[in-house]
Design a protein around this ligand. Structure first.
Ligand code: AMP
Ligand code: ZN
Length: 475
Protein backbone atom coordinates (compact mmCIF):
# COMPACT_ATOMS: atom_id res chain seq x y z
CA UNK A 1 0.00 0.00 0.00
CA UNK A 2 1.29 3.42 -0.95
CA UNK A 3 -0.21 6.54 0.64
CA UNK A 4 0.46 10.20 -0.09
CA UNK A 5 1.77 11.80 3.08
CA UNK A 6 1.25 15.57 3.39
CA UNK A 7 4.12 15.63 5.88
CA UNK A 8 6.71 14.47 3.33
CA UNK A 9 4.77 15.57 0.21
CA UNK A 10 5.21 12.20 -1.46
CA UNK A 11 3.64 8.81 -1.84
CA UNK A 12 5.16 6.49 0.72
CA UNK A 13 5.03 2.77 1.36
CA UNK A 14 2.62 2.22 4.26
CA UNK A 15 4.44 0.76 7.25
CA UNK A 16 2.09 0.31 10.22
CA UNK A 17 3.21 0.83 13.81
CA UNK A 18 1.86 -2.63 14.69
CA UNK A 19 1.93 -5.39 12.06
CA UNK A 20 -1.37 -5.76 10.14
CA UNK A 21 -3.05 -3.04 12.16
CA UNK A 22 -4.12 0.44 11.13
CA UNK A 23 -5.00 3.10 13.68
CA UNK A 24 -6.67 6.10 12.09
CA UNK A 25 -8.17 9.37 13.33
CA UNK A 26 -10.53 11.45 11.23
CA UNK A 27 -11.59 14.98 12.23
CA UNK A 28 -15.36 14.72 12.40
CA UNK A 29 -18.38 16.95 12.01
CA UNK A 30 -19.26 20.00 14.06
CA UNK A 31 -22.78 19.01 15.04
CA UNK A 32 -24.45 22.41 14.73
CA UNK A 33 -26.05 22.05 11.31
CA UNK A 34 -26.90 19.36 8.77
CA UNK A 35 -23.68 18.34 7.05
CA UNK A 36 -23.64 19.19 3.34
CA UNK A 37 -22.56 16.82 0.58
CA UNK A 38 -19.06 18.34 0.66
CA UNK A 39 -18.70 17.27 4.31
CA UNK A 40 -20.10 13.88 3.35
CA UNK A 41 -17.51 13.52 0.58
CA UNK A 42 -14.86 13.64 3.32
CA UNK A 43 -16.72 10.89 5.21
CA UNK A 44 -16.94 8.66 2.11
CA UNK A 45 -13.23 9.22 1.33
CA UNK A 46 -12.27 8.14 4.86
CA UNK A 47 -14.56 5.12 4.47
CA UNK A 48 -12.85 4.15 1.20
CA UNK A 49 -9.48 4.28 2.92
CA UNK A 50 -10.76 2.19 5.81
CA UNK A 51 -12.41 -0.35 3.51
CA UNK A 52 -9.28 -0.57 1.30
CA UNK A 53 -7.14 -1.47 4.31
CA UNK A 54 -9.76 -3.99 5.47
CA UNK A 55 -9.75 -5.55 2.02
CA UNK A 56 -5.97 -5.93 2.31
CA UNK A 57 -6.54 -7.79 5.59
CA UNK A 58 -5.53 -5.04 7.97
CA UNK A 59 -7.37 -4.71 11.24
CA UNK A 60 -8.51 -1.06 11.21
CA UNK A 61 -9.46 1.06 14.20
CA UNK A 62 -11.07 4.30 13.10
CA UNK A 63 -11.88 7.16 15.47
CA UNK A 64 -14.04 10.06 14.32
CA UNK A 65 -15.05 12.74 16.80
CA UNK A 66 -18.17 14.86 17.11
CA UNK A 67 -17.25 18.49 17.76
CA UNK A 68 -19.93 19.76 20.13
CA UNK A 69 -18.11 22.64 21.79
CA UNK A 70 -15.35 25.17 21.14
CA UNK A 71 -15.43 25.44 17.33
CA UNK A 72 -15.69 29.18 16.80
CA UNK A 73 -16.94 30.90 13.66
CA UNK A 74 -13.63 32.74 13.20
CA UNK A 75 -12.20 29.46 12.05
CA UNK A 76 -13.76 30.20 8.66
CA UNK A 77 -11.31 33.07 8.33
CA UNK A 78 -8.43 30.87 9.42
CA UNK A 79 -8.66 32.11 12.97
CA UNK A 80 -10.01 29.49 15.33
CA UNK A 81 -9.65 31.80 18.33
CA UNK A 82 -12.23 34.35 17.33
CA UNK A 83 -15.94 34.68 16.75
CA UNK A 84 -18.88 32.94 18.33
CA UNK A 85 -19.18 29.30 19.30
CA UNK A 86 -21.04 27.54 16.49
CA UNK A 87 -23.04 25.46 18.97
CA UNK A 88 -24.20 28.60 20.85
CA UNK A 89 -25.13 30.29 17.60
CA UNK A 90 -27.23 27.29 16.55
CA UNK A 91 -28.81 27.10 20.02
CA UNK A 92 -29.88 30.73 19.68
CA UNK A 93 -31.18 30.18 16.16
CA UNK A 94 -33.39 27.28 17.25
CA UNK A 95 -34.16 28.53 20.79
CA UNK A 96 -32.93 25.36 22.47
CA UNK A 97 -29.85 24.44 24.51
CA UNK A 98 -26.55 23.42 22.84
CA UNK A 99 -26.85 19.74 23.79
CA UNK A 100 -30.27 19.54 22.10
CA UNK A 101 -28.59 20.95 18.98
CA UNK A 102 -25.76 18.40 19.30
CA UNK A 103 -28.20 15.48 19.60
CA UNK A 104 -30.36 16.63 16.70
CA UNK A 105 -27.49 17.12 14.25
CA UNK A 106 -25.54 14.07 15.41
CA UNK A 107 -28.64 11.97 14.64
CA UNK A 108 -29.05 13.52 11.18
CA UNK A 109 -25.36 13.04 10.46
CA UNK A 110 -25.48 9.38 11.58
CA UNK A 111 -28.50 8.68 9.41
CA UNK A 112 -26.78 10.29 6.36
CA UNK A 113 -23.54 8.45 7.12
CA UNK A 114 -25.40 5.18 7.17
CA UNK A 115 -27.37 5.82 3.99
CA UNK A 116 -24.05 6.45 2.24
CA UNK A 117 -23.10 2.94 3.40
CA UNK A 118 -20.02 4.11 5.28
CA UNK A 119 -18.85 1.86 8.09
CA UNK A 120 -19.36 3.13 11.61
CA UNK A 121 -16.02 4.05 13.20
CA UNK A 122 -14.90 1.91 16.14
CA UNK A 123 -15.05 5.01 18.35
CA UNK A 124 -17.14 8.18 17.91
CA UNK A 125 -16.22 10.32 20.92
CA UNK A 126 -17.98 13.62 21.59
CA UNK A 127 -15.78 16.49 22.76
CA UNK A 128 -18.04 17.36 25.71
CA UNK A 129 -17.48 13.87 27.15
CA UNK A 130 -13.69 14.38 27.17
CA UNK A 131 -13.17 17.71 28.91
CA UNK A 132 -11.04 16.09 31.64
CA UNK A 133 -8.67 14.54 29.08
CA UNK A 134 -8.29 17.96 27.44
CA UNK A 135 -7.67 19.69 30.76
CA UNK A 136 -5.02 17.08 31.59
CA UNK A 137 -3.19 17.67 28.31
CA UNK A 138 -3.32 21.45 28.72
CA UNK A 139 -1.88 21.06 32.22
CA UNK A 140 1.02 18.99 30.84
CA UNK A 141 1.69 21.70 28.23
CA UNK A 142 1.74 24.36 30.97
CA UNK A 143 4.01 22.23 33.16
CA UNK A 144 6.42 21.63 30.28
CA UNK A 145 6.58 25.34 29.45
CA UNK A 146 4.77 25.16 26.08
CA UNK A 147 1.67 26.99 27.28
CA UNK A 148 1.00 30.18 29.24
CA UNK A 149 -1.93 31.90 30.80
CA UNK A 150 -3.40 35.37 30.28
CA UNK A 151 -6.48 36.86 31.92
CA UNK A 152 -8.56 35.67 28.97
CA UNK A 153 -7.18 32.28 27.95
CA UNK A 154 -4.43 29.66 28.06
CA UNK A 155 -2.31 29.76 24.90
CA UNK A 156 0.16 27.47 23.20
CA UNK A 157 3.39 29.39 22.51
CA UNK A 158 4.28 28.36 18.96
CA UNK A 159 7.85 29.65 19.25
CA UNK A 160 8.52 26.83 21.73
CA UNK A 161 8.01 24.20 19.01
CA UNK A 162 10.90 24.49 16.56
CA UNK A 163 9.20 22.45 13.81
CA UNK A 164 5.79 24.09 14.30
CA UNK A 165 5.14 24.57 10.56
CA UNK A 166 6.43 21.17 9.42
CA UNK A 167 3.06 20.00 8.07
CA UNK A 168 2.23 23.06 5.98
CA UNK A 169 5.83 23.78 4.98
CA UNK A 170 4.97 27.46 5.42
CA UNK A 171 7.47 29.85 6.92
CA UNK A 172 6.41 31.43 10.16
CA UNK A 173 5.53 34.77 8.47
CA UNK A 174 2.97 33.03 6.25
CA UNK A 175 1.70 31.22 9.31
CA UNK A 176 1.20 34.55 11.06
CA UNK A 177 -0.89 35.87 8.18
CA UNK A 178 -2.89 32.63 8.14
CA UNK A 179 -3.49 33.00 11.87
CA UNK A 180 -6.08 35.59 10.90
CA UNK A 181 -7.18 39.00 12.09
CA UNK A 182 -9.91 38.20 14.56
CA UNK A 183 -12.01 40.82 16.26
CA UNK A 184 -11.09 39.60 19.75
CA UNK A 185 -7.57 40.57 20.61
CA UNK A 186 -5.81 39.66 23.79
CA UNK A 187 -3.02 42.05 24.81
CA UNK A 188 -1.49 39.24 26.87
CA UNK A 189 -0.89 37.04 23.83
CA UNK A 190 2.85 36.64 23.16
CA UNK A 191 2.74 35.90 19.41
CA UNK A 192 -0.15 36.45 16.98
CA UNK A 193 -0.14 32.81 15.90
CA UNK A 194 -0.31 31.44 19.46
CA UNK A 195 -3.60 29.59 19.71
CA UNK A 196 -5.99 29.04 22.56
CA UNK A 197 -6.09 25.79 24.52
CA UNK A 198 -8.67 27.02 27.03
CA UNK A 199 -10.95 30.08 26.92
CA UNK A 200 -11.94 31.58 30.26
CA UNK A 201 -15.56 32.63 30.64
CA UNK A 202 -14.71 36.32 30.34
CA UNK A 203 -14.83 39.16 27.81
CA UNK A 204 -16.56 38.12 24.60
CA UNK A 205 -17.09 34.66 26.11
CA UNK A 206 -18.65 35.82 29.38
CA UNK A 207 -22.04 34.53 28.21
CA UNK A 208 -20.70 31.19 26.92
CA UNK A 209 -23.38 28.51 27.29
CA UNK A 210 -21.07 25.48 27.69
CA UNK A 211 -18.44 25.92 30.39
CA UNK A 212 -16.59 23.76 32.91
CA UNK A 213 -14.43 24.38 35.97
CA UNK A 214 -10.71 23.83 35.48
CA UNK A 215 -7.47 23.97 37.48
CA UNK A 216 -6.33 26.98 35.41
CA UNK A 217 -6.37 30.47 36.89
CA UNK A 218 -7.45 33.87 35.69
CA UNK A 219 -8.06 36.75 38.09
CA UNK A 220 -11.33 37.36 36.23
CA UNK A 221 -13.10 34.02 36.82
CA UNK A 222 -13.69 31.63 39.69
CA UNK A 223 -12.52 28.00 39.49
CA UNK A 224 -10.92 28.47 36.07
CA UNK A 225 -14.34 28.35 34.45
CA UNK A 226 -14.27 28.20 30.67
CA UNK A 227 -14.22 25.89 27.68
CA UNK A 228 -11.58 24.15 25.55
CA UNK A 229 -10.19 25.35 22.23
CA UNK A 230 -11.18 23.36 19.19
CA UNK A 231 -7.74 21.86 18.39
CA UNK A 232 -7.12 20.32 21.81
CA UNK A 233 -10.14 18.02 21.50
CA UNK A 234 -8.61 16.05 18.63
CA UNK A 235 -5.24 15.80 20.41
CA UNK A 236 -6.87 14.56 23.64
CA UNK A 237 -9.34 12.14 22.04
CA UNK A 238 -6.90 10.64 19.51
CA UNK A 239 -4.48 9.97 22.38
CA UNK A 240 -7.19 8.39 24.51
CA UNK A 241 -8.43 5.98 21.82
CA UNK A 242 -5.31 5.40 19.69
CA UNK A 243 -2.37 6.16 21.98
CA UNK A 244 0.44 8.73 21.75
CA UNK A 245 1.35 7.62 18.20
CA UNK A 246 -0.93 6.23 15.53
CA UNK A 247 -0.75 5.45 11.81
CA UNK A 248 -3.02 7.84 9.90
CA UNK A 249 -4.56 11.22 10.63
CA UNK A 250 -7.08 12.38 8.09
CA UNK A 251 -9.06 15.54 7.43
CA UNK A 252 -9.96 18.18 4.87
CA UNK A 253 -7.22 20.04 3.03
CA UNK A 254 -8.09 23.31 4.80
CA UNK A 255 -6.95 21.82 8.10
CA UNK A 256 -3.26 21.67 7.08
CA UNK A 257 -2.06 25.17 8.08
CA UNK A 258 -4.05 25.65 11.30
CA UNK A 259 -6.03 22.80 12.85
CA UNK A 260 -3.66 19.93 12.08
CA UNK A 261 -0.56 22.04 12.56
CA UNK A 262 -1.88 22.90 16.03
CA UNK A 263 -2.87 19.32 16.81
CA UNK A 264 0.70 18.21 16.04
CA UNK A 265 2.15 21.02 18.16
CA UNK A 266 0.00 20.08 21.17
CA UNK A 267 0.31 16.31 20.98
CA UNK A 268 3.99 16.11 20.16
CA UNK A 269 4.93 18.70 22.79
CA UNK A 270 2.88 16.86 25.41
CA UNK A 271 4.17 13.35 24.65
CA UNK A 272 7.56 13.96 23.01
CA UNK A 273 6.52 11.42 20.36
CA UNK A 274 5.40 11.54 16.73
CA UNK A 275 1.61 11.98 16.69
CA UNK A 276 0.77 10.32 13.38
CA UNK A 277 3.02 8.69 10.79
CA UNK A 278 0.85 9.60 7.77
CA UNK A 279 -1.18 12.78 7.28
CA UNK A 280 -3.87 12.31 4.67
CA UNK A 281 -5.96 15.20 3.31
CA UNK A 282 -8.98 15.15 1.06
CA UNK A 283 -9.69 17.88 -1.47
CA UNK A 284 -12.99 19.69 -1.51
CA UNK A 285 -16.21 19.34 -3.39
CA UNK A 286 -17.40 22.38 -5.33
CA UNK A 287 -20.87 22.99 -6.74
CA UNK A 288 -21.39 24.38 -10.24
CA UNK A 289 -17.70 25.25 -10.26
CA UNK A 290 -17.88 27.37 -7.10
CA UNK A 291 -17.60 27.05 -3.33
CA UNK A 292 -20.59 25.43 -1.63
CA UNK A 293 -22.58 28.21 -0.05
CA UNK A 294 -25.58 28.34 2.25
CA UNK A 295 -26.59 31.82 1.08
CA UNK A 296 -26.58 30.73 -2.57
CA UNK A 297 -28.52 27.57 -1.70
CA UNK A 298 -25.77 25.22 -2.93
CA UNK A 299 -25.00 23.60 0.44
CA UNK A 300 -27.00 20.57 -0.61
CA UNK A 301 -27.71 17.83 1.91
CA UNK A 302 -28.55 14.15 1.44
CA UNK A 303 -32.23 14.91 2.00
CA UNK A 304 -32.13 17.61 -0.74
CA UNK A 305 -30.88 14.89 -3.10
CA UNK A 306 -33.49 12.40 -1.95
CA UNK A 307 -36.25 14.94 -2.54
CA UNK A 308 -35.14 15.09 -6.16
CA UNK A 309 -35.31 11.31 -6.53
CA UNK A 310 -31.64 10.43 -5.98
CA UNK A 311 -30.36 7.96 -3.44
CA UNK A 312 -27.33 8.39 -1.19
CA UNK A 313 -25.73 5.50 -3.10
CA UNK A 314 -26.02 7.51 -6.35
CA UNK A 315 -23.93 10.13 -4.58
CA UNK A 316 -21.49 7.47 -3.35
CA UNK A 317 -21.05 6.31 -6.95
CA UNK A 318 -20.48 9.94 -7.98
CA UNK A 319 -17.78 10.29 -5.28
CA UNK A 320 -16.05 7.10 -6.46
CA UNK A 321 -15.25 8.79 -9.75
CA UNK A 322 -12.75 11.30 -8.35
CA UNK A 323 -9.57 10.59 -6.42
CA UNK A 324 -9.63 11.83 -2.82
CA UNK A 325 -6.75 14.25 -3.54
CA UNK A 326 -8.55 15.77 -6.54
CA UNK A 327 -11.14 18.49 -6.41
CA UNK A 328 -14.56 17.30 -7.55
CA UNK A 329 -17.34 19.43 -8.97
CA UNK A 330 -20.98 18.60 -8.29
CA UNK A 331 -23.76 19.35 -10.76
CA UNK A 332 -27.23 17.81 -11.00
CA UNK A 333 -26.29 16.56 -14.47
CA UNK A 334 -23.26 14.70 -13.16
CA UNK A 335 -25.34 13.17 -10.35
CA UNK A 336 -27.93 12.06 -12.92
CA UNK A 337 -25.14 10.45 -14.96
CA UNK A 338 -23.97 8.62 -11.81
CA UNK A 339 -27.48 7.42 -11.07
CA UNK A 340 -27.83 6.11 -14.63
CA UNK A 341 -24.45 4.35 -14.46
CA UNK A 342 -25.24 2.76 -11.09
CA UNK A 343 -28.68 1.62 -12.23
CA UNK A 344 -27.05 0.06 -15.29
CA UNK A 345 -24.74 -1.93 -13.01
CA UNK A 346 -27.71 -3.05 -10.90
CA UNK A 347 -29.57 -4.15 -14.04
CA UNK A 348 -26.56 -6.12 -15.20
CA UNK A 349 -26.41 -7.79 -11.80
CA UNK A 350 -30.05 -8.87 -12.06
CA UNK A 351 -29.26 -10.32 -15.48
CA UNK A 352 -26.15 -12.09 -14.22
CA UNK A 353 -28.15 -13.57 -11.35
CA UNK A 354 -30.69 -14.89 -13.87
CA UNK A 355 -28.17 -16.32 -16.32
CA UNK A 356 -26.09 -17.91 -13.58
CA UNK A 357 -29.20 -19.13 -11.77
CA UNK A 358 -28.12 -17.25 -8.68
CA UNK A 359 -24.92 -19.21 -8.27
CA UNK A 360 -21.92 -17.28 -7.10
CA UNK A 361 -18.78 -18.59 -8.75
CA UNK A 362 -15.10 -17.94 -8.09
CA UNK A 363 -13.41 -14.57 -7.68
CA UNK A 364 -11.28 -13.98 -10.78
CA UNK A 365 -7.71 -13.86 -9.47
CA UNK A 366 -6.24 -11.82 -12.32
CA UNK A 367 -8.83 -9.06 -12.13
CA UNK A 368 -8.63 -9.05 -8.35
CA UNK A 369 -4.91 -8.48 -8.64
CA UNK A 370 -5.49 -5.43 -10.85
CA UNK A 371 -8.13 -4.16 -8.40
CA UNK A 372 -5.66 -4.52 -5.51
CA UNK A 373 -2.98 -2.75 -7.53
CA UNK A 374 -5.32 0.24 -7.98
CA UNK A 375 -6.46 0.57 -4.39
CA UNK A 376 -2.87 0.08 -3.19
CA UNK A 377 -1.77 3.04 -5.27
CA UNK A 378 -2.85 5.78 -2.88
CA UNK A 379 -6.46 4.52 -2.82
CA UNK A 380 -7.08 5.07 -6.52
CA UNK A 381 -10.82 4.38 -6.48
CA UNK A 382 -11.63 5.88 -9.91
CA UNK A 383 -9.31 3.30 -11.45
CA UNK A 384 -10.58 0.54 -9.15
CA UNK A 385 -14.10 1.37 -10.32
CA UNK A 386 -12.89 1.01 -13.90
CA UNK A 387 -11.80 -2.55 -13.04
CA UNK A 388 -15.38 -3.31 -11.99
CA UNK A 389 -16.56 -2.23 -15.45
CA UNK A 390 -13.79 -4.36 -16.95
CA UNK A 391 -15.17 -7.40 -15.09
CA UNK A 392 -18.67 -6.74 -16.44
CA UNK A 393 -17.30 -6.53 -20.01
CA UNK A 394 -14.94 -9.49 -19.66
CA UNK A 395 -15.60 -12.96 -21.02
CA UNK A 396 -15.36 -14.77 -17.68
CA UNK A 397 -18.46 -16.78 -16.81
CA UNK A 398 -21.45 -15.00 -15.28
CA UNK A 399 -21.26 -16.64 -11.87
CA UNK A 400 -17.55 -15.68 -11.60
CA UNK A 401 -18.44 -12.13 -12.63
CA UNK A 402 -20.91 -11.97 -9.75
CA UNK A 403 -18.36 -13.37 -7.29
CA UNK A 404 -15.72 -10.89 -8.44
CA UNK A 405 -17.84 -7.75 -8.33
CA UNK A 406 -19.40 -8.71 -5.00
CA UNK A 407 -15.86 -9.07 -3.71
CA UNK A 408 -14.83 -5.62 -5.02
CA UNK A 409 -17.92 -4.18 -3.38
CA UNK A 410 -16.34 -4.74 0.03
CA UNK A 411 -14.38 -1.60 -0.91
CA UNK A 412 -16.79 0.19 -3.27
CA UNK A 413 -19.73 -0.14 -0.86
CA UNK A 414 -22.49 0.06 -3.50
CA UNK A 415 -24.56 -2.73 -1.90
CA UNK A 416 -24.31 -4.80 -5.08
CA UNK A 417 -25.09 -8.17 -3.51
CA UNK A 418 -28.02 -6.73 -1.54
CA UNK A 419 -29.64 -5.05 -4.52
CA UNK A 420 -33.10 -6.15 -5.53
CA UNK A 421 -35.06 -4.37 -8.24
CA UNK A 422 -37.71 -3.53 -5.74
CA UNK A 423 -35.32 -1.85 -3.36
CA UNK A 424 -35.71 1.81 -4.25
CA UNK A 425 -37.77 3.70 -1.66
CA UNK A 426 -39.08 0.49 -0.05
CA UNK A 427 -38.85 0.32 3.77
CA UNK A 428 -36.10 -1.89 5.22
CA UNK A 429 -38.69 -4.12 6.91
CA UNK A 430 -40.23 -5.01 3.53
CA UNK A 431 -36.80 -5.61 1.99
CA UNK A 432 -36.03 -8.06 4.77
CA UNK A 433 -39.33 -9.88 4.17
CA UNK A 434 -38.60 -10.00 0.43
CA UNK A 435 -35.26 -11.64 1.14
CA UNK A 436 -36.93 -14.30 3.32
CA UNK A 437 -39.58 -14.82 0.65
CA UNK A 438 -36.93 -15.25 -2.07
CA UNK A 439 -35.23 -17.86 0.13
CA UNK A 440 -38.53 -19.68 0.71
CA UNK A 441 -39.23 -19.67 -3.05
CA UNK A 442 -35.73 -20.95 -3.79
CA UNK A 443 -36.52 -23.83 -1.44
CA UNK A 444 -39.91 -24.31 -3.12
CA UNK A 445 -41.52 -23.62 0.24
CA UNK A 446 -44.69 -22.11 -1.24
CA UNK A 447 -46.57 -22.05 2.02
CA UNK A 448 -43.99 -19.79 3.71
CA UNK A 449 -43.70 -17.72 0.54
CA UNK A 450 -47.47 -17.07 0.60
CA UNK A 451 -47.45 -16.33 4.32
CA UNK A 452 -44.73 -13.71 3.81
CA UNK A 453 -46.63 -12.25 0.84
CA UNK A 454 -49.69 -11.83 3.09
CA UNK A 455 -47.52 -10.17 5.73
CA UNK A 456 -46.19 -7.73 3.10
CA UNK A 457 -49.77 -7.02 1.95
CA UNK A 458 -50.63 -6.30 5.60
CA UNK A 459 -47.90 -3.63 5.52
CA UNK A 460 -49.49 -2.00 2.48
CA UNK A 461 -47.46 -3.46 -0.41
CA UNK A 462 -48.35 -5.78 -3.27
CA UNK A 463 -45.82 -8.42 -4.44
CA UNK A 464 -45.73 -9.47 -8.09
CA UNK A 465 -43.56 -12.33 -9.34
CA UNK A 466 -42.22 -11.31 -12.73
CA UNK A 467 -39.61 -13.40 -14.59
CA UNK A 468 -38.45 -15.01 -11.37
CA UNK A 469 -37.95 -11.61 -9.69
CA UNK A 470 -40.16 -10.10 -7.02
CA UNK A 471 -41.61 -6.72 -7.92
CA UNK A 472 -43.23 -4.64 -5.28
CA UNK A 473 -45.82 -1.86 -5.47
CA UNK A 474 -47.40 0.22 -2.76
CA UNK A 475 -51.16 -0.63 -2.60
P1 AMP B 1 -17.09 21.01 9.80
O1 AMP B 1 -18.40 20.41 10.22
O2 AMP B 1 -17.23 22.39 9.18
O3 AMP B 1 -16.07 20.98 10.89
O4 AMP B 1 -16.52 20.12 8.59
C1 AMP B 1 -16.47 18.73 8.69
C2 AMP B 1 -15.51 18.17 7.65
O5 AMP B 1 -16.00 18.41 6.31
C3 AMP B 1 -14.12 18.77 7.69
O6 AMP B 1 -13.19 17.69 7.75
C4 AMP B 1 -13.97 19.51 6.40
O7 AMP B 1 -12.66 19.41 5.91
C5 AMP B 1 -14.92 18.81 5.48
N1 AMP B 1 -15.43 19.71 4.42
C6 AMP B 1 -16.00 20.92 4.57
N2 AMP B 1 -16.37 21.43 3.38
C7 AMP B 1 -16.02 20.52 2.43
C8 AMP B 1 -16.14 20.45 1.00
N3 AMP B 1 -16.70 21.42 0.29
N4 AMP B 1 -15.66 19.34 0.39
C9 AMP B 1 -15.11 18.33 1.09
N5 AMP B 1 -14.97 18.34 2.43
C10 AMP B 1 -15.42 19.41 3.12
ZN1 ZN C 1 -9.24 17.51 14.34
Amino acid sequence: MKLYNTLTKQKEEFVPIQPNKVSMYHCGPTVYWTQHIGNMRAVVMADLIKRSFHYLNYDVTLVRNYTDVGHLTGDNEGDADTGEDRMAKAAQRESVDPMTIAKKYTDIYESDRESLNTLKPEHCPAATNHIQEMVDMVQILIDKGFAYSTDLAIYFDVTKKSDYTKLSGQDIAEQISDAGHGSVSDPGKRNPQDFSLWFFKVGSHSNALQTWESPFTSPLVKHGEGFPGWHIECSAMSQKYLGDSFDIHMGGIEHIPIHHTNEIAQSESATGKTMSTYWVHNEHLSVNGGKMSKSEGTSYTISDLEEKGFSALDLRYFFLQAHYRSKQNFTWESLTASQTALNKIYKEIIQLRNTSENTIGKINAELKEVFIEKISDDINLPQALAVLHKVLKSDICDSDKLATIYDFDHVLGLKLSEYTETKINIPDEIIKLLKFRAEARNNKDWETSDQIRDEIIGLGYQVLDVDGEQKIKPM
